[in-house]
Structures are given as structure tokens and as C-alpha cells.
Design a protein around this ligand. Sequence first.
Ligand SMILES: Cc1cc2nc3c(=O)[nH]c(=O)nc-3n(C[C@H](O)[C@H](O)[C@H](O)COP(=O)(O)OP(=O)(O)OC[C@H]3O[C@@H](n4cnc5c(N)ncnc54)[C@H](O)[C@@H]3O)c2cc1C
Length: 467
Amino acid sequence: MIVVGGGLAGLSAAVALADAGLRVRLLEKRPHLGGRAASYVLPGGEHVDNCQHVTLGCCTNLEYFYRRVGAADQIRFFDRLLFAAPDGRRGEISSAALPAPLHMGISFARFPLLGWTDKRSIAQALLAIARSGGHPTDLSANGAGENLSMRAWLEKHRQTPGAIRRFWEVILVSALDEELDRIDARYGIDVFWKAFLSTRGGYRVGIPRVPLGDLYEGCREALAAQGGEVQLRAGVRDFLVVDGRVEGVEREDGTLETADYYLAAVPQDALPDLLPKAVEENEPVFMNLRHLRASPITGVHLWFDRVVMAEPFLTLLDSTTQWVFNKTLLNGGSENGGQYLQLVISASYDLASRSRQDIIALCLEELRNVLPKTREAKLTKGTVIKEMSATFSPAPGSDRWRPVQKSPVARLFLAGDWTSTGWPSTMEGAVRSGYLAAEAILSDAGMPRKFLQPDLPAEGLARLWAR
Ligand SMILES: Cc1cc2nc3c(=O)[nH]c(=O)nc-3n(C[C@H](O)[C@H](O)[C@H](O)COP(=O)(O)OP(=O)(O)OC[C@H]3O[C@@H](n4cnc5c(N)ncnc54)[C@H](O)[C@@H]3O)c2cc1C
């Protein structure tokens, strides 16, 4: 078995296939594993994530994968979500001893950063989602075809401007890496049903205590146990396709490798270049990938000469900066009396053409309002990592371009957050795709196995409405 690509999709598939007894060779182009969820060492010696990654309690497959590779203990879960307004005021959302979907109702009612009319409109829309079991019937623009955008659905449900700006946008732009008018309402509603309404624990935020790369250590061992291996700096140039079937892969160093099955676990924009032109052009599955657009995420890494933040993380309202992570605290380390913060800006289209200095200056200005200690502190170092193709854009109708894991080419299977999983472009989506691909391969080989984990079961009142 050859797996091309060592991101979460490739790793989860490879480990599952090794568990089923297959000898898996994983070929990764870069010098490290993890793909878009990776860490590396900066020229100054700091070990940083390409960007802070968070998981949620509802990401059951990612949790299962971390457990399988011995990394689950390295994820710390938080029950309190802290928000900060530009005037420095804080608000908290957390769970109380009430059944789902009412468990966050008390903190929501007390939340000081939204007005009563905003809250009332939000509560009505959340109730509509909950009572439909996460499947409202008014998603479609004209009763058929493409779904509404999330913004159109919210307008239909008469959400106030404050509710949109300080609630829906804050959660969805970071969860789905896209603006509300470019989000398929189905994806947006799914986030609220799975993370906030159907269970009490779905919203819990999981943050790694270690650099992302450390989470994948157990994968090599899992492959080696069946005689397989991980090869880094092992880019693949082509899948060799003869008479509609893959006969091997040609590596960038010119060597040829063969196997019984091949899994392409590369990003969707990289796949067409690895296939013969005729295969791409004759198979709509591959041509359709061009319709999936990319959205950017910008990560800003700031090192201060002193402690400027007490909370583990903060979500900022009415700001370009969306999340601030206190990496020094989260990693349990020390920065010689200083502090390392990582800021995340999703759907950062407006920052694409701005210089790094400009972005750092903008973020520092915003931090001065919510973290007053940064006013006196000295910034000892700052770096900006712009990921222009961070995720695929969950645009209305985009689901129809996502292929299933069994490709039309014999012996070639597909995995990646962009394949058909029902989930948006996330680590959970990537792992789901890996498990679905492993199941498809084993089924083709006559050795069926199940790896895909179910969603968290609906609880409390939500159970009555769940489908
Ligand atoms: C900045 C940023 C922040 C994010 N934040 C979050 C978050 O907080 N939570 C969350 O759930 N998700 C987040 N995501 C999304 C998440 O990282 C991705 O959805 C997920 O990691 C995708 O995994 P994948 O395996 O499908 O693809 P990738 O991670 O892209 O893996 C593909 C792999 O294939 C390799 N490859 C490509 N071409 C070749 C070749 N020719 N030969 C061999 N190897 C090749 C690549 O090097 C890469 O390692 C974020 C993404 C980014 C970029």
C-alpha cells in the first residue's frame, strides 16, 4: 500500500490500514509530517506551529486518531470560552447543569457583550436549528438546488446586525474560514447543531500542549509494526496510469514504486498535476476539483519581553484579530519572563496584500485595547505566516464538487479534507476522509473493516429533535 501525503488524511488512513495488517509506505514531500497542521523550527530556533490549531469536543474521529497514536493526553480541553470587546470588557460562555440544548443558556443570558434584542434573535434562530435536529427545511434558495448562504439564512431569521457581527460571524468565520455570505448555510447550521446544541460537551475547545508535529510521533511506530514506513522528503511526481488503472508512482527523484493500492492524500489543487492530463480531462471527478476555491488564514506570532496575558485564549469581537492564544501558558513553558502569543485571523482576504510589518502593527494596536499590559511591553520578535490556501471555501453548493474516496481509476483512492465527508475543511474532516478511504480500500480488497467513529449522541431535549 502506498500513501502519498503525510497530512492528517494520509496519516489516519495509513495507521488504520496498518491496523488492518497492510504494509504501508507513506511518502511525504516535506521534511515533516502533518501537512497544513504541522510545526517546524524557525531560523531563530523557536519550535512553532504553522498556525494554532484547535479541535472541539464534537470532533470524534480526530479524538479517536489521537488516542490511537498515543497523543490524546497532549490535548487539553477548556470549558470556558472567553470573549473580549475593544473597550476591554470580557464575556464568558460556558455550560451549566442544564440539559442540551439549554446548557449554555444561563451564561448566554448573562453575556454582557450582546444586547437583549440581539440575544432574543439569536435564541430564536438557535431554537429553529435545535427543533429541526440540525436540518432546517428552509435552507434551499428556491426549494431546490443550491442552498442559501449563511448570511441569507440569518437574514431570513431576522438576525440583528449586532447578533450577526458579535455572535454568528465570530463563531462561523473562525470555524469555517469563510465570510458568512460565502458559507453554505448547511455547514454553518451543522457547526451550531454539533458543537453547541445537540450535546453538552461538543463545544469544548481542545488545544495541544505540544507542537503539532509531536502529535504524530506514534504514526511511524504503527506503520513499522506491520513492516511499513514513513519516508520524508519523498515527493511523488506522477501516478502512472495504464488502461484506467494505477501501475505505480514516480517519485521526484525519478525512482518508481509499486503497490497493490494507492492513496492520494494530497491537497485538491495538487492532485491534478500528479495525474496524466487525459485522466484528469476525461473524469469529471478530477475536473470538478477546479470549482473548489481556497480561503486564507493568517497566523501572527508575537514574543513580548514580559507577561501580558493571563487567560489561556481569548476571542476578540469587532477586531481584525479573531483569536489570541497564550502559547507560553498553553505549552506549559516559560519564555524567560516573557510571553509568546499566537493570533489567528481566518478568511484573511484583506490581509493578503498587506506587508508583515503592517499586519503586526494592526494586531498590536488591537491588543493594546484588550490586553493593556502590551502597551508597556516590548515586542522582542514578531512573525506572520500567511496560508493563502488554508482550507477550501465551504461556498453554497460546494459539496457537489467533493469526490468520494474511491476514484474512477482502478487501485487509486482519495483522501483529504476536500473529499466527501459531510464535514468542512478541518482536522476532523481530514481524519474522517482517511478512515473512509481506508474502509473503501479494505472493502475493495475483500477485507471490510469500519473505522469511522459516530458523532456524539444527542442528549437531553436535543435527543427528542435529533434525526
Ligand atoms: C493556518 C491554518 C489553520 C487551521 N486551523 C485549523 C483549526 O484550528 N482546526 C481545524 O480542525 N483545522 C484547521 N485547519 C485546517 C486543517 O489544517 C486541514 O483541514 C487539515 O490539516 C488537512 O489535512 P489533509 O491531510 O487533508 O491535507 P494536508 O494537511 O494539506 O496534507 C497533504 C500532504 O500532502 C503532501 N503532499 C503534497 N503533494 C505531495 C506530493 N507530490 N508528494 C508527496 N506528498 C505530497 C503535503 O506536503 C501535505 O503534507 C487549519 C489550516 C490552516 C492552514
